[in-house]
Design a protein. Structure first.
Length: 632
């Protein structure tokens, strides 16, 4: 255990705690913090930090990744780069941990001694040259093999698009996770629920001039020290709303304050102490007061805030519990969340938000082992129940749009639902995400990029979202932009194979064949390739290595497709990349017959450029498009 100030860093479990309470910090920043604290008082060079955390990896932008880690550490510790209490930047060299550190072993505390200056590492070489070498273009490359290594898995991720500069015409607001001050962890879901309700309600206040950051991004700041200036920079917001919830017996106390990031001026602050049953309308009252405060300073419109959709405290509590479980995004979490949403619906059949949340949970469960034929009719029914009660439910409209796109192959109908969702709540990032894929299906590739960038502005800190933007850019053949997005994802989650595949495809499109081979080998290792298959990539040029990797992939993807656990479209991609025109068209026909969801955007898969001019390919594409003309 390393102790500094009010913090303890458990080296064994890689956990940071503040006065005994856990502080959320991702694995990579924990590694960097551990290295710095263990060498407190000494300079640790960027070169040594990079080597220790990333090893000899060739696919991560080290400088950007290390800068991000240090930023997250300072966030967690409440530190300031200009007046550091913990982490000091040593220009052109690295970082120094300046706080006193005690090492706790077997209950005994000893000071961590600083190394002598003579032992300090030498300054690293300029990163400019190494970056240039790492990004230098190679000879003309084969088309991207590694997109196929992940098949259609990218289409199964939840819509979470990443960071962009917000429009200057709009005020951007982040509702930070409200702190649970109740002293009971079991009450944490209540604070989370208040946060989510405020995000939803404020997203509807004034669409033209107010954008509200999505929940998936603000959750990064839960249970950690909050530096308003840093949060503003990371999320691209001008204002934040923060607060706390204290629940005791049958009463609840909520405090909230609206802060301008530029000078950290408190524009509005208030406390509410109410009976628990009145908490059902409390988030609406807070949202209305915040909207009024913003309007007085910045906004012109006078749009109403939505009213609470239940008056039953038991239903509301079940709904909040479900929201907390659904945020885990695991099969078990979604199943348990669905049980709580169903309980809320049973207690109050007129609870629109509970119906919409159940629809979304059912839509997500089909990605995690449940038969789509079983759950999708239930998802549609729940979404329709929500809309019958509240026609402006953006969540329910988005679920129906997603079902129309991926399972009915009807992008025109999906577009109608998604545009309705965005009229109801322009700050609902998932609707922007799926609208981007509608644009891909329609062949409007530039519009697809624009749509996902709009969602990106609203949800800037999700690694999975950053990855998905990369896939949209690939479909638009914007390889350099896609590579940049994939690298950002790998800075956040170095082991995310989907991002590795996205980067490999982008580099192949840019003609950087050697890097594509290295990434292919990594994916093969992580997906269980035998030693013989990996050995076959050695001692040959990049083109032959890609071909051999493709041979292994075709055999593996075909085996999985035959077993019903894989995708025939993935097989077709592998075969097309190897130049096997007839086999690729045969596999694509099987994907059509199997009604694989990703077929709705198959027309614009880069790997299919080989077969695009074949009349058989156009026949398959026409069969998919025919579904869009149906009215069911």
């Amino acid at each position: 255990m390393l102790r500094f100030g009010v913090f303890e860093l458990d080296v064994t479990s890689a956990e940071l705690r503040r006065e005994g309470l856990p502080v959320k910090l991702q694995p990579q920043p924990v590694k960097v913090l551990t290295l710095l604290a263990e060498k407190a008082g000494s300079v640790v060079t960027r070169e040594d930090l990079q080597a220790a955390v990333w090893g000899d990896s060739t696919f991560v932008d080290f400088d950007r990744g290390l800068n991000f880690c240090v930023l997250q550490i300072r966030n967690a510790l409440g530190d300031d780069a200009d007046n550091p209490r913990f982490v000091q930047t040593v220009p052109r060299r690295g970082y120094r941990f300046v706080a006193q550190v005690q090492r706790i072993e077997n209950g005994a505390a000893t000071a961590v001694a600083a190394e002598s200056p003579a032992a300090e590492p030498k300054a690293p070489k300029s990163t400019t040259d190494s970056d240039a070498r790492r990004l230098a273009p190679r000879a003309l490359a084969a088309v991207g093999l590694v997109l196929a290594l992940l098949g259609g898995a990218v289409l199964l991720s939840r819509r979470e698009p990443p960071a962009a500069t917000p429009s200057p015409a709009r005020v951007m607001l982040a509702v930070l996770p409200f702190e649970n001050m109740s002293g009971e962890k079991s009450h944490a879901f209540f604070a989370d629920g208040i946060t989510e309700e405020l995000i939803t309600h404020l997203g509807r206040v004034d669409p033209e001039t107010l954008g509200v950051i999505a929940r998936t991004s603000v959750l990064k700041y839960k249970d950690g020290a909050k530096d308003i200036a840093q949060i503003g920079r990371e999320l691209g917001v001008s204002h934040v709303l923060e607060g706390s919830v204290r629940r005791e017996a049958d009463r609840v106390r909520v405090t909230a304050q609206l802060i301008r990031v530029s000078d950290q001026t408190h524009l509005w602050a208030e406390s509410y102490d109410r009976p628990l049953q009145e908490s059902l309308s409390l988030q609406d009252e807070v949202a209305q007061r915040v909207a009024t405060a913003l309007r007085a300073k910045l906004l012109a419109a006078n749009a109403p805030v939505s009213q609470p959709s239940t008056r039953d405290p038991r239903a509301y509590e079940a709904y909040l519990e479900g929201r907390a479980l659904a945020s885990l995004r695991s099969a078990d979490g979604l199943t348990r969340a669905l049980e709580r949403f169903d309980a809320a619906r049973a207690l109050d059949p007129g609870y629109a938000a509970a119906h919409a949340a159940a629809a979304d949970a059912l839509f997500q469960i089909r990605f995690r082992g449940r038969d789509a034929r079983e759950v999708l009719p239930k998802a549609r029914a729940a979404a329709e129940s929500a809309l019958a009660i509240d026609p402006s439910s953006a969540e329910a409209l988005t679920v129906l749009g997603s079902v129309k796109l991926w399972h009915a192959w009807q992008p025109t109908a999906a577009q109608d639902f998604l545009e309705r969702a965005l009229r109801a709540n322009p700050s609902y990032a998932p609707a922007h995400h799926d609208l981007a894929w509608v644009r891909i299906a329609q062949g409007r590739l530039d519009d697809a990029v624009a749509a996902i960038r709009r969602g990106q502005e609203l949800d800037p800190l999700s690694a999975r979202a950053t990855m998905d933007v990369g896939w949209v850019l690939l479909r638009a053949r914007r390889y350099a932009d896609a590579a940049a997005q994939a690298r950002k994802t790998l800075e956040l989650e170095p082991r995310m194979l989907e991002a590795t595949g996205c980067l490999a495809e982008a580099l192949a499109g840019l003609g950087q064949r050697s890097e594509a081979v290295a990434l292919t080998r990594r994916v093969m290792q992580e997906t269980g390739a035998p030693a013989s298959a990996l050995a076959a990539l050695e001692g040959v040029d990049a083109a032959e290595a890609l071909r051999r990797a493709g041979e292994w992939r075709v055999a593996r993807s075909r085996e999985r497709a035959l077993a019903g656990t894989g995708s025939w479209q993935s097989v077709a991609i592998d075969e097309a990349l190897l130049g096997r025109r007839d086999e690729a068209l045969s596999s694509l026909q099987k994907a059509l017959v199997a009604h694989e969801q990703s077929m709705v955007v198959a027309e614009f898969v880069p790997a299919f450029d080989l077969i695009r001019s074949d009349p058989r390919f156009q026949t398959i594409v026409d069969a998919v498009k025919a579904k869009d003309r149906r009215k069911d």
